[in-house]
Design a protein around this ligand. Structure first.
Ligand code: NAD
Length: 499
């Protein structure tokens, strides 16, 4: 069986801990590789060497760092198929979806090609007699990225792009379930001219995450994953004086108004609810039709579309709509939650349990499921299912639908489908959710905006990628400079206006 490596100082390095985690092909259920889990001592060596490499990288002028990003972007594009294949093999998503995963990460690297403009400081001429003020953005030093399984290319790229373009070194700890894509990305970054040691990929589990959070040299932690872990990491990193932004889970609602184009709304729900087997933090998992007539008409449209969905391994061709979920434990959890929905009285309109795919009987497949008439007290509503399950919660009015979204603990994404501009505008203005779609189901902002949820979907300040990321990965220094020509001598003891 293949034994994977860490990426340290520009080369693949075998683990020395003797501890490994199995990596599966979720479509077959087979273990295809094992990834080493680093010890704190291995991590420490990687961090010390990153700290040395960071000094030269920070001194490299921003334009040259941007050129490395430009080359890196070209190489990602040239290796799109190889990257997508790795993503699909370890994650299970379809190849077109895996290419999208790489593409949305690449777009963040494209914005990083313009990093020098993002890293500019400010200048005030004559802030007082002979006095100029200026600010500069300086890199933090060595930072860490800790990433989830569901976007094996995109999220590591969200982390490494802005951090590296800003002059930091990064310790990337990818999900142990999908480690190979990060190693290939690190190789491509090296080919693009990134100096060895500036990007270290250290594989591991909780032990190594805790060691990152406690390590004095690590200045900032960018985490993406589930809410309980995000909250834990935020607390421990902040206690240790680190800058931290920790993005968590979601329960994204889509309101469907009676005036919405219901065919388009149904299509949007199919894509946003079942794409990537529902394993997206921006998946729509709750449909909120307003009024029974809207709900009935929507369910009538959804059912035949759901029944047509083709579930299968990524190798079965590009007409597969979605693949397996990530682990057997995840498959079991999804089936258990569906059973709880039935027990608690929701209508299971389409039941995706018991899906068997010939030749892939041991794969972690879940068919698509649809619930109607769920209520907010049910487990299927309260839990992030992270599987191909769409839950419908009917509401009688726009205000009730809005209240449902507002009262939910999570606040990552939300959407409204309506033909009425006033309603859409009111929704966008009042809803307490970080990313809002109007007749647009998965409103992941383009890479020159920034991505981040509210409430229990994010802990810490500033969003991911775009302008916020450059603020997160740099600290501001402000200089007040005075030159004495034409200034009267004198001693000033009082704190006063500069006049
Ligand atoms: P996860 O929280 O299980 O793991 C994320 C990372 O944390 C991994 O690298 C993992 O090794 C590490 N980790 C796991 N348990 C840990 C522990 N006890 N202590 C320290 N570190 C630990 O998440 P996942 O299952 O890999 O990913 C799915 C979750 O990520 C979903 O909840 C999804 O909504 C969320 N997500 C959020 C965003 C966002 O931007 N808000 C984006 C993608 C995914």
């Amino acid at each position: 069986m293949e034994e994977l490596s860490h990426w340290i100082d520009g080369k693949e390095v075998k683990g020395t801990s003797g501890r490994f985690s199995d990596v599966y092909n979720p479509a077959t259920g087979e273990v295809i590789a094992r990834v080493p889990l680093a010890t704190p001592a291995e991590l420490d060596a990687a961090i010390q060497s990153a700290a040395k490499a960071q000094v030269g990288w920070a001194a490299t002028n921003p334009q040259r760092r941007a050129r490395v990003m430009m080359k890196f972007g070209q190489l990602i594009n040239d290796n799109m198929d190889a990257l997508a294949e790795l993503v699909s093999r370890e994650h299970g998503k379809t190849l077109p979806d895996a290419r999208g995963d790489v593409q949305r990460g690449l777009e963040v690297i494209e914005v990083c090609m313009g990093a020098p403009a993002m890293l500019k400081g400010e200048f005030t001429d004559n802030g007082g007699p002979g006095i100029d003020l200026y600010s500069m953005r300086q890199p933090l030093g060595v930072v860490a990225g800790i990433t989830p399984f569901n976007f094996p290319a995109m999220i590591p790229l969200w982390k490494m792009g802005p951090a590296l373009a800003s002059g930091n070194a990064m310790i990337l700890k990818p999900s142990e379930r999908v480690p190979s894509t990060s190693i290939l990305l690190a190789k491509l970054a090296q080919q693009a001219g990134l100096p060895d040691g500036v990007l270290q990929v250290v594989n591991g589990d909780k032990e190594i995450v805790d060691a990152i959070l406690d390590h004095d040299v690590i200045q900032a932690v960018g985490f993406v994953g589930s809410t309980p872990i995000a909250q834990y990491i935020y607390g421990r990193a902040a206690t240790n004086g680190k800058r931290a932004q920790c993005f968590g889970g979601a329960k994204n609602h889509m309101i469907i108004m009676p005036d919405a184009d219901l065919d388009k709304a149904a299509d949007a729900l199919i894509g946003a609810g079942f794409g990537a087997a529902g394993e997206r933090c921006m998946a729509i998992s709750v449909a909120v039709p307003v009024g029974d007539a809207t709900a009935d008409a929507l369910i009538e449209r959804l059912v035949p579309k759901i029944e047509k969905l083709k579930v299968g391994p990524y190798t079965a061709g590009e007409d597969v709509d979605f693949g397996p979920v990530i682990t057997k434990a995840s498959q079991d959890r999804i089936n258990r939650l569906i059973a709880s929905g039935v027990d608690q009285g929701a209508d299971l309109v389409v039941d995706g349990r018991d899906l068997k795919i010939q030749g892939y009987e041991n794969g972690f497949f879940c068919g698509p499921s649809l619930f109607d008439r769920a209520t907010p007290d049910m487990e299927i509503y309260k839990e992030e299912i992270f599987g191909p399950v769409l839950t419908t919660v009917r509401r009688d009015s726009y205000e009730d639908a809005l209240k449902l979204v507002m009262d939910n603990d999570y606040g990552n994404g939300t959407a409204i489908f309506t033909a009425d501009g006033d309603t859409a505008r009111d929704f966008a203005s009042r809803v307490n959710v970080g990313m809002v779609g109007i007749n647009f189901p998965i409103p992941v902002p383009l890479s020159y905006y920034s991505f981040g949820g509210w409430k229990k979907s994010a802990f810490g300040d500033l969003n991911q990628y775009g302008p916020d990321a450059f603020r997160f990965y740099t600290k501001t220094k402000t200089v007040t400079a005075r030159w004495f020509s034409g200034i009267k001598d004198g001693v000033a003891l009082n704190f006063k206006a500069m006049d």
